[in-house]
Every structure is written in C-alpha cells, then in structure tokens.
Design a protein around this ligand. Structure first.
Ligand code: M6R
Length: 602
C-alpha cells in the first residue's frame, strides 16, 4: 500500500528512484511522483496514474542531475488519486519534502491547527501535515524538527523526509508500515520493500517499529523516537532480482502460478519442526485460533478442516478485521495462528496484537522474511514461496496450505491422534503433490484457456464446493472477481438451496468443485439441480471420472488424490481459469483496479 524509495549517493538519483518505483508498483499505482534536490532547490514532478505516466512526464522535462531524491507510488487513502494528492508533499516554502505510506489518523486536527497558524495546504492528503509540522518545528536542527513532527503523528505509517537545507541526508521513521534501508558503497537507499533496491545491494537493515534514522551517502544511523542512537543489524537478502521478474511470462500472476510445483516440492521436503516451547504451548492449548485476510483467510479455512481432522483439536477461523471486535475468548492457554503473505496486513497485525495482549502465543505463517508479523510472533513458519508480485495471491496460497498440512501432521504426532503409519502416508502424499501440480499446469492449461474463452462474457459466476473444497470455492470466486471484475460468489454447495439457487438460469455460470470425496454424490445432486435450471456448468473433477461428462461438456480434470489434500490441487485450475478469463477481457491482471498487494491500512 504505497511504495517509497529514497536515494543518496554518487549516482544520478532519478533513474535509481524510477527503477525502484517500477519494482514497487504492485504496492499501489494510482499516482506517482519524485522530489529531487538540485542546487539547493527541491524539484517535484508528479502525476496521476502509473509510473509510465511519470516516465513520460519526466522525459519532457529538462535533464538535470541530482544525487539525492525521494519517490513514491500511491494507493489513495485520503483524497482522490489526482496529481495534487500525489506524493511527495511539501511545506509552505518547499524546504521540506515528504513521502509517506500508511495513514496519519489525527491529520485532520493537526491540519486545522496548522491552518490557524498560517500554513497553506494544497492537497487533501493526510501526508501534507507532516511536511508542515517539520516546517513548524524547524529551528536549525533537522533531526529535532523531524522527531518532534513524527511524535505528533498518530496512526500507522512509514515516512521519509528530504530537506533543501540538508543535501547530505534523508531522514526516515517507521510506525507500523514497512521500511528498509539498503546498504551500498558510497550510496544508501530507503524503500518499502527489497525488490526496489536489489539491483544495487543485497544488504538491508529492516527498520523496526517506532524507529527513526538517517541515511547519508556513507553512513546509516538509527535512533528511537526520542533521538537515542540504536544499533544497526545488517541482513543479507538471499534471493536475487531474477525471482522478482517475469522471466518471459506475460504476467507475474502466470509466472507465480507456474512456480507452485517447485514451492510445494521444497516446502514438503523441508517439513516443519516444532520446538519444545511450541510443543508445550500446543499441548496446553484448548483450541487453536486462526486469523487472516482474503486469500490467506481461505487458506486458514482449509487449515481448520485439516488440523481438526488430523489432530482432533478444535480450530476457529476469523477474518482478522472481525476477530478483534467480537470479543474473542483468548487467554494464556490460547495459540493463535496468523497467516499472511506480506506479514504487513494491518488487520492481521491488529488481531495478533489483540490476542497477544490477552496472553496468547502467536504462530505466524508468512512469506516475507523480517516482516512486522514475523517480528511480533513467538513462532514463525515461512512459506518460502519467493517474492509474490501479482496482486492476486497464488503461490503464497498453496504454500500456506502446505504449511498448514505440515502443521496438522506435526500436531497429530504430538497428540497421537493419528497412527504413525497414517502420518507417514500423509507425509508421502505431501512430498509427492508437486508432481500432480506440475501435471495440471502441463496438461490442463490449454483446456482451461479454452473453457475460459467460452465463459469470459458471462455477467456473473457462482463457485460451489463442499467440505474442504468450500474454501476452494471462496478462493476461486475471489480470484475471478479481483482480476476480471466479474461478480463472483463462492458458496458451500449445500447452501445453494437456501438462497443462491434463485440466481440460476442460462445466463449464470457455475463452477462446481467436485473431486472424488465422501460427499461426491451430494455434489452431483447440486450439479443436477443447476442443470435442471439451465445454469452453465464448469466442473473440476478427478481424472478418470468420465461419468461426470454427462452433466457438462466443460470438465477440467485434476489428478486423483486423497480427498483431504484435494484443495491444493483444486487451487491451480481455479487460478488459471480466473487468469485466462481476465486475459480474454483485457484486464490489468497484475495490478487490478483499486487493489494493492499489501494492505497496510485497517
Ligand atoms: O499479505 P496477506 O496475505 O496478509 O494479504 C491478505 C489479503 O489482502 C490478500 O490475500 C488478498 O486477498 C489478495 N489480493 C487475494 O488474491
């Protein structure tokens, strides 16, 4: 949610900043801007729309060279996505320029105060107050003014400041939203995420919450919000830029779909281990609670079926944004699993903090190393899916599922709820599931593309599944609606007769997830009910079940697998189906409208 880049060093900063912005565009893309310090004057260039609009605008401007600058790609919170609201924002005299990610919750009262004191605002954003506050407090010491301003701000944000009076430094602070400092030689960087700077350095410092600092070309310092110096911990990024590029695929989403077999293979082979502390916490727990948002929430729903089935421990699953407001029953005997690709989702972090305050032990399942969620958790299981750039989550979802299955099996071992032979049989299935996933991508992509070609003009979709594949139906519907903008609803197939059946006619497309299972016959009854009402049926079924073809010509087969594990395989054709429909409709697949990859506001 908004991408920040900052640079100071010996290079011309503009190309560095623009490259960084392009790599952060997944975070928000409704407007963009840069501020460059040139001969003591801050030059701001900004525009509505994507980075390519900013490129075009800059191409028309006079070429200059500046060794220090800040840049921003925005996902609007306060104020429409206009040029005026685009970052960077400045004070009255253009001495201080800021870029910001997150929300300043008390901006309205601060703005009114500043207006009364004579400050002139030109945007509707919350960010602009930060520049005016620095202006207000500046009495010859930039660090002091910056910290005074930051201490006035409430909310969750990351902020970077450049001043015309200080061509040798950028200041920054983090309260909730992610920010890293990149360590170079004779140059240093700031960014919301690693890909922005990875072509320049793989050494980073993860700025912690309530930490501020300063980068100069040959020095990085960190301090707390009172200005007291804090130690630096430099970490090495182990993946390379190649992992954050499309590698010949037309979209990141398609590339990431195709990475799933390899992600699943490595996760299953590595397995997960419970240490003594986690084992103790789980033995002591009356129940396990799961919180997550969006796709990660659907993974959590599958996790409930899996953990209850394997370990016979009650599991509750909540959408993070609902969890904290429903007075959940959590105490020091509770274990809460938070699932998040980014580890920066504000709602999930808020739910975790709520549970932690009540004494729960926090286990996180997360993809981004060093993210806020992982730092606030007692135990972390990484999904090791590599950077996921497409806004629609794909490989992170199946990786989350894999970790949940491994978690369920480990818990079953502790609880002795499954015979040892069954645990090893299940482990074997998990270690082999990547071969099935590979077959689906190899053998079904063409077929799914054709089916999508016959369905991309439908005005709405229903996705139905039962038991473990009810969450698959929700996930299939979410994938389709977010990238193709076609209204799509996911339902438990058994619920159809309680309402949604009223929607079925020849204009309604219904995707039925019907792999071999103990409730297969029930699913067939639902399919017949749709057929009787002329709904256009697409079926996902088990390879070899030729009988099912009598209900629809549009069948996509997935390899045979024990029912318990079918959600992992069902995810792939659903992702491809959404992808090809969106492609046929000419949608912006990797950057769908109104969305951002990491949702760092509540
Ligand atoms: O980073 P997280 O996993 O916490 O993100 C949660 C959701 O915002 C995310 O899954 C979202 O629903 C995706 N766009 C779905 O494809």
């Amino acid at each position: 949610m908004c991408g920040i880049v900052g640079y100071i060093g010996k290079k011309d900063s503009l190309p560095v900043l623009l490259e960084g912005l392009r790599r952060l565009e997944y975070r928000g893309y409704d407007s963009a801007g840069v501020a460059l310090l040139e001969n003591g004057v801050i030059r701001v260039v900004k525009t509505q729309g994507k980075i390519k609009n900013l490129d075009a605008l800059l191409a028309k401007e006079k070429k200059t060279c500046s060794n220090i600058g800040i840049a921003h790609t925005r996902w609007a919170t306060h104020g429409a996505p206009t040029k005026l609201n685009a970052h960077p924002h400045s004070d009255c005299r253009n001495n201080f320029s800021v870029v910001h990610n997150g929300i300043i919750e008390n901006f309205s009262s601060l703005k009114n105060e500043l207006i009364k004191e004579g400050h002139k605002f030109i945007s509707e954003t919350d960010t602009e107050v930060a520049a005016h506050l620095v202006e207000k407090y500046y009495k010859g010491n930039l660090k002091e003014a910056f910290l005074k301003a930051v201490n006035k701000l409430e909310g969750s944000f990351a902020i970077v400041l450049m001043s015309s009076k200080y061509p040798d430094r950028l200041l920054f602070a983090r309260l909730g939203s992610p920010l890293i400092a990149g360590v170079g030689k004779g140059e240093n960087f700031l960014a919301s995420d690693v890909p922005a700077i990875l072509s320049h350095t793989n050494k980073v410092i993860y700025v912690k919450d309530c930490q501020a600092g300063e980068i100069r070309k040959d020095k990085i310092s960190l301090f707390n919000l009172k200005g007291k110096t804090q130690p630096l911990k430099v970490e090495k990024i182990l993946w390379d830029l190649e992992s954050a590029q499309k590698s010949g695929y037309p979209h990141f989403m398609l590339k990431e779909i195709h990475e799933q077999p390899s992600v699943l293979k490595h996760l299953a082979a590595a397995g997960i281990k419970f240490d003594k502390k986690l084992t103790g916490a789980l033995k002591n727990a009356r129940q396990v609670s799961i919180v997550a948002c969006g796709t990660a929430y659907h993974a959590g729903m599958v996790g409930k079926y899996v953990i209850e089935e394997m370990a016979r421990v009650p599991v509750s699953v909540d959408v993070s944004s609902e969890f904290r407001y429903r007075s959940p029953i959590i105490d020091s005997r509770s274990v809460l699993i938070a699932i998040s690709q980014s580890g920066e989702t504000a709602d999930t972090l808020a739910a975790v903090r709520e549970a932690k305050n009540k004494g729960a032990k926090i286990v996180s399942i997360c993809n981004v190393v060093g993210s806020s969620l992982t730092r606030e958790s007692d135990f972390v299981f990484y999904t090791h899916a590599g950077p996921e750039i497409g806004v629609a989550s794909t490989k992170a979802y199946t990786a989350q599922l894999m970790v949940l299955y491994l978690f369920g099996l480990n818990l079953a071992r502790i609880k002795k709820s499954l015979p040892v032979a069954t645990i090893s049989k299940y482990n074997k299935i998990l270690r082999n599931i990547h071969t099935h996933a590979r077959l689906i991508l190899k053998n079904c992509s063409r077929r799914i593309c054709d089916v999508a070609g016959r369905h991309h003009n439908f005005g709405s979709f229903l996705f139905l599944g039962r038991n473990l594949n009810y969450p698959s139906a929700l996930e299939g519907a979410l994938k389709l609606k977010e990238i193709s903008y076609i209204p799509a609803e996911g339902y438990a197939a058994g619920e159809m007769k309680h309402g949604p059946i009223a929607l079925i006619d020849e204009y309604r497309a219904v995707v039925c997830i019907a792999p071999e299972s103990k409730i297969y016959e029930k699913m067939i009854s639902n399919i017949q009910e749709i057929e009787a009402r002329k709904g256009k049926i697409v079926i996902i079924a088990t390879q070899g079940n030729n009988d099912i073809k009598k209900y629809s010509k549009e069948v996509i087969f997935i390899p045979k697998i024990a029912e318990l594990f079918s959600p992992i395989l069902a995810a792939l054709p659903l992702q491809l189906f959404a992808y090809y429909i969106a492609a046929k409709r000419g949608c912006d697949i990797d950057q769908p409208r109104n969305l951002a990859k990491s949702v760092t506001v509540e």
